[in-house]
Ligand binder design. Sequence first.
Ligand code: SAM
Length: 311
Amino acid sequence: MNDTFAREVLDGLSATPKKLPSKYFYDKKGDHLFQQIMKLDEYYLTSCEHEILSSSKEALLKLSTAGGKPFNLVEFGAGDGYKTKILLRYFLEQKADFEYAPIDISENVLELLENNLKEELPDLQLKPVADDYFSALHSLRNGGRRNVILFLGSNIGNFTEELAFNFLGKVYDAMKRDDLLLIGFDLKKDPAIIRAAYNDSKGVTREFNLNLLRRINTELKAGIDVDKFIHYPVYNPMTGTAKSYLVSTEDQEFEINGTKISLEAWEAIHTEVSQKFSLNDITRMAIQTGFTELENYFDKRRYFVDAVWKK
Ligand SMILES: C[S@@+](CC[C@H](N)C(=O)[O-])C[C@H]1O[C@@H](n2cnc3c(N)ncnc32)[C@H](O)[C@@H]1O
């Protein structure tokens, strides 16, 4: 893991323009900061999806148990499971026969989730998987059980468009005929509301972005002066893309594993993309990746949608 981390960080910082993979936000500190982000008023995504899952849990249970067979609830990028617990709790109360398999690249967050679920929902059948989205896809092929796949939080928006299509195509290929995919999309809305979600007044998203540099310092002994960077988020309403950057405030140099990295004053490192979608964008994605749209569940403000797709 550390080798891959070092290689991807070096590749990204040697590229033009510079970039860092957002999957590396999530070390122990990053997980904690993301939990703080989810509680921010400006980060509307969490409360919207919480509302959607609360109001659609009965319908989702019906879809998941159609056919009356046990199923696997597989979640890509589960995080701390704050919203998923709405479904887990309800499904257990209704005596559904299922196993929950949260997949996350952060071993730390999976451990938190596992400990929390063992305490809060001791009857839950649980099989956590510490892995990358792409390498975990094969688990969908295991066994004969139906998969109900969750991809919440608009995690799909953290992919570039090309990678999102590629990932969904691979999910489609790995799915069995009666599997379902429940996927959360953050919808296009007032650009000021979107930008604020990545530039909160308490500065938590700023810390989250800068933590990527701190992680590189801790794990790769890089000696980056984090104070020489500013957090700079933008939203482009033409493309529906929110992007976060770390901008170097002066000329600077540091070394990673013997490789010198130089940044000029005001040079930016691209760290995160958070794509926003229209309903037409979502339909196009479903069609182009082979899926059939089954249902769309919205929050009252229609800021967010949880879409159910089948093969
Ligand atoms: C934005 S958080 C969202 C968490 C949760 N889905 C939610 O909606 O609250 C993204 C989560 O996906 C995980 N993640 C990011 N990139 C990943 C990857 N390539 N493979 C597996 N997990 C990944 C992170 O560790 C993090 O827990």
